[in-house]
Design a protein around this ligand. Structure first.
Ligand code: NDP
Length: 396
């Protein structure tokens, strides 16, 4: 019986609230707080209609530590679940330290004025969280999140050593829009336009943005799709925590149409993150672009098709070479039927709920700041099957 405070009423936040409401024996009280309170109210109304559960709503600017501290002191949650934006991570961790409340998020901190995401800022909280005897679970979405848990599970049950890891993220869905991103457009475009990076023989190798590609034949009728090498945050912790790893890469599918739009937007300066002068004031082009693109939460009723996200492992077991693929396939339409959101929000929101459940049930509970692969993967893997993200294992 626990009270969870969920921060961020966007695409992912909506799924988390719906999924928590489905398990009242764990999440006996839910409060949703965000910058725009009308979005919280709309989510609360949908949850009430689908599950009968009453969600409390609050207006909050999560950049203001004092405001979050005041809210926590007033409503006394057991856990703060952050599904606002990566910019808010440190402010929310500060509020948790001040109030002695556990913390969970799905994306690592990124400074607003530099397109660079790294764990170093959040890992720097480890000692302070230990001293305060509270826990932070970082990256409990799908990738990062489930992909880290797949790695821990493969390591625990199927390999003596994993030598090569390829995380492959395929969205084979279609929303019918000329150009839209499936999660927050600003964060998404900043991530995709960065230089690529992968790990090989103990060091990082950089590539030009989206300059490397391969075609992967996805299972269960999805078929071959072109995937592009990118840097992704889970690589940073996995190369530290998977022993014997020689190479780790991350791949994502993009359509030609998406890449053409992105190239044009970049070429005309619309993806810039620095302020430019406009009509006597200043605007940040990527923030203006976000304002004119469809909101990820609005894509739910429009998106058809499936996602397929998984990990391909090569390594050794009992002296023999072994290759294995673990993946989940998620239908955009089924996600929409269940919680009113498309599969990208769904595949992020479900693991955020499960991570919170692991912590509140005491299955994953250790003071400090942790990544997902540092805990026993078995109860999390069981919950993925039970709560809408079943996985499949294939020996290759
Ligand atoms: P959205 O843009 O749909 O939602 C973000 C929400 O956060 C909005 O409701 C926004 O409020 C709110 N917000 C922003 N700033 C503040 C603030 N200062 N105070 C309070 N609320 C604020 O994004 P998504 O739901 O698509 O993504 C949410 C998070 O999930 C992101 O961090 C993203 O990186 C992460 N993610 C992780 C994935 C994974 O697999 N690990 C995959 C996909 C996403 P407002 O409505 O007023 O703008």
């Amino acid at each position: 019986m626990s009270h969870v405070l969920i921060i961020g009423a966007g695409g992912v936040g909506s799924v988390v609230v719906h999924k928590c409401a489905q398990i009242p024996e764990v999440f006996s009280k839910i409060t949703l707080a965000s910058r725009t309170v009308s979005k919280c109210e709309a989510i609360a109304a949908s949850v009430k209609e689908r599950t009968g559960v009453q969600v409390a709503v609050e207006r909050l600017d999560a950049d203001k530590v004092a405001d979050t501290v005041a809210l926590i002191k007033r409503i006394k949650p057991d856990l703060l679940l952050n599904v606002a934006l990566p910019y808010q991570d440190l402010a929310l961790m500060d509020a948790c330290l001040e109030t002695g409340v556990d913390y969970l998020d799905t994306a690592n901190y990124e400074p607003p004025d530099v397109a660079k995401f790294e764990y170093k800022w959040q890992w720097a909280y480890k000692e302070r969280f230990e001293k305060a005897n509270i826990m932070a679970l970082l990256g409990s979405g799908f990738d990062p999140g489930v992909t880290n848990v797949y790695c821990a599970w493969a390591q625990k049950h199927h390999f003596d050593e994993i030598h090569q890891l390829d995380i492959i993220d395929c969205n084979a869905g279609d929303h019918g829009q000329h150009f839209a991103t499936n999660f927050n457009p600003e964060i998404n475009i900043r991530e995709i336009t960065q230089r690529g990076r992968y790990w090989e023989h103990g060091e990082w190798v950089e590539t030009d943005p989206l300059s490397w590609s391969m075609t992967y034949d996805f299972p269960e009728g999805i078929g071959p799709k072109k995937c592009y090498l990118m840097y992704h945050e889970e690589l940073e912790s996995l190369v530290q925590n998977l022993k014997g790893l020689k190479r780790a890469r991350f791949w994502m599918t993009f359509s030609e149409n998406y890449l053409t739009h992105l190239r044009v937007l970049e070429n005309v300066g619309m993806t810039r993150i620095d302020p430019v002068k406009y009509q006597g004031g200043e605007i940040v082009p990527i923030q203006f672009l976000k304002a004119v693109l469809p909101e990820p939460a609005s894509l739910g009723p429009l998106t058809r098709g499936r996602t397929c996200i998984g990990c391909v492992f090569s390594g050794v077991k009992d002296g023999k070479a072994k290759r294995m693929y673990i993946y989940n396939i998620c239908s955009h339409e089924e996600a929409y039927r269940e919680v009113g959101s498309q599969a990208i929000s769904y595949t992020t929101g479900v693991p955020a709920m499960i991570g919170a459940k692991m912590m509140l049930q005491g299955r994953w509970q250790r003071a400090g700041v942790w990544n997902m692969e540092e805990f026993d993967p078995d109860p999390f893997m069981a919950d993925l099957n039970a709560h809408g993200l079943p996985w499949t294992v294939v020996e290759l």
